[in-house]
Design a protein around this ligand. Structure first.
Ligand SMILES: Cc1cc2nc3c(=O)[nH]c(=O)nc-3n(C[C@H](O)[C@H](O)[C@H](O)COP(=O)(O)OP(=O)(O)OC[C@H]3O[C@@H](n4cnc5c(N)ncnc54)[C@H](O)[C@@H]3O)c2cc1C
Length: 478
């Protein structure tokens, strides 16, 4: 009898707790949804302004796609560039970004991103992130892509640094907690709705409600949802993806009923060099540091540092609909980011180019001739064949390495329309009350084609702005 009474009162307490947590929401100043570069940066800025912050992350890890970022983060006018004697300018960075985006980018947002890029890098290095190695990714006029020394992957450097800072500031970080809907009230006198918080659900299925003075959506893109990316661009049917499994475009259902405007949803970037069997992205930095692409005849067929959309098209136009990325020991040694591909056994290696060609099932004579021609261009007048603007190393130092690559879905340029304060806008261009967004969940900055290394600059820069503006809305002005 006693046992029954105890279990009855325990069950009653659980039910009471569930009722209270659903109907009596907890309150917070700023609610951040998503724990990648944008969300972590937003949480840090808001907490530093004095706001109480809850950060919801649906996966059991923080970092989203940011954790996978390899090649680096762009910025113009940094200390690391100065130390390496690299001359760069805001204007050059702006022009490269606009050209890559087919001049369809939101110029106001691009200007903010490039002007604050050096400050975003300095902000991260101020938290002890190592971004001292500066290389060049495809489509850039100069070297401005920052990563850890030795060319190590950038995401694995900045996610732990941002996570430590978020925790040190006392942000309430909740992994395995998914935001399921936003709550809102109607705006006054025909104005847009005002967001008042969100519903969340734990992995165990417990639902609860959070009331917030401001909400930041930082849920990333939809590159892991074939259903969405094929709907937005049917030509992507059958494409693999480089994205982490949580990139499902959750912002789309979060803004339902708020009349939020979307922009550039059809612009979905494929990354040209992805290992086709496992979907592992092979960083652009290998080409940036001297690697070349050859087809099944063994021949070069394009400028390896061309924009990603052009390069993806060129690769798919080859007979095999794929290409082979070729590099040597010297290039490998310049980039510890390549260690992962060796550890995964993805790379073929041989001491002679003919043997490497056999391993890759491509024409040995073509490869030998293509590499000899490339080396002579590299030592001479530059790339007279395809106009590549940077040939930093020759390919002469055995062993030689190669891997078959093909394009895969990589980045969603489209998303929520925001203004310079990162406020989410309605279809008629008015800010939705209390709602901010940053990172890959937003659109307009990269337009038709993102420049490699610009996404982290975007996520950190606008993540910081969104955290600052959200804290301001919650009444923190310091
Ligand atoms: C393999 C790879 C390599 C890349 N390399 C580079 C590079 O070198 N340089 C560069 O600039 N860019 C690179 N990118 C792109 C870049 O990493 C991303 O665009 C950027 O990190 C996006 O940051 P974010 O914070 O907006 O999104 P993410 O980092 O994806 O974070 C979003 C987070 O929100 C969470 N989330 C989603 N929905 C919900 C919900 N409903 N509730 C709670 N949480 C939710 C997700 O789980 C995720 O953790 C790369 C991308 C990939 C996939």
């Amino acid at each position: 009898m006693k046992k029954i009474v105890i279990s009855f009162s325990a069950a009653a307490a659980v039910i009471l707790y569930l009722i209270i947590s659903l109907f009596l929401p907890e309150t917070v100043d700023v609610l951040v949804i998503g724990g990648g570069a944008a969300g972590l940066s937003a949480a840090i800025e808001a907490a530093e302004k004095g706001a109480d912050v809850i950060l919801l992350e649906k996966m059991n890890y923080l970092g989203g796609n940011t954790r996978r970022a390899t090649g680096g983060m762009n910025a113009a006018g940094t200390d690391a560039q100065a130390a390496a004697g690299i001359e760069d300018s805001i204007e050059s960075f702006f022009n490269d970004t606009m050209e890559s985006g087919h001049q369809m980018n939101n110029e106001v947002l691009v200007r903010i991103m490039v002007e604050r890029s050096a400050s975003s890098v300095a902000w991260l290095t101020g938290f002890e992130a190592d971004l001292s190695d500066v290389g060049r990714l495809a489509g850039h006029s100069v070297s401005r892509t920052h990563r850890p020394r030795g060319g190590a992957p950038v995401g694995r450097e900045i996610v732990p640094v941002l996570t430590s800072k978020v925790k040190a500031l006392g942000v309430d970080v909740r992994t395995e907690n998914r935001a399921t809907a936003l709550t809102s009230r109607p705006g006054r006198k025909g104005k847009p709705a005002v967001v008042t918080g969100a519903y969340a659900e734990t992995n165990e299925g417990r639902e609860y409600r959070i009331r917030a003075k401001a909400v930041v959506i930082a849920t990333g893109g939809f590159g892991a949802s074939p259903e969405l990316y094929v709907r937005m661009n049917p030509a992507l049917k059958g494409f693999k993806t480089t994205n982490h499994p949580g990139a499902n475009g959750d912002y789309l259902y979060l803004v339902e009923g708020l009349d939020a405007a979307l922009v550039d949803m059809e612009f979905i970037q494929t990354h040209p060099t992805v290992e086709p069997d496992n979907g592992v992205l092979i960083t652009e930095a290998i080409r940036g540091n001297g690697g070349i692409l050859v087809n099944s005849e063994g021949w070069r067929f394009t400028d390896e540092l061309g924009f990603r959309d052009v390069l993806s098209r060129e690769i798919l136009a080859q007979r095999a609909k794929s290409a082979n990325l070729i590099f040597d020991r010297n290039i490998r040694d310049s980039l510890t980011a390549t260690d992962t591909y060796f550890a995964l056994n993805l790379i073929s290696r041989a001491d002679k180019l003919e043997d490497l060609a056999d391993l890759l099932s491509i024409n040995p004579r073509g490869l030998v001739e293509a590499v000899a021609r490339y080396n002579s261009l590299q030592a001479g007048r530059g790339d007279e064949d395809f106009g590549r603007n940077n040939l930093p190393r020759s390919i002469i130092d055995p062993p030689f390495y190669g891997i078959r690559v093909a394009p895969a879905v990589h980045h969603c340029m489209g998303g929520l329309r925001i203004n310079e304060k990162t406020e989410v806008l309605t279809q008629s261009g008015l800010p939705i009350g209390g709602l901010f967004a940053a990172g890959e969940a937003t659109g307009g900055i990269h337009a038709a084609n993102r420049l490699g290394g610009n996404s982290l600059t975007d996520a950190v820069t606008f993540g910081r702005i969104s955290g600052e503006k959200a804290a301001l809305m919650a009444g923190y002005t310091r």
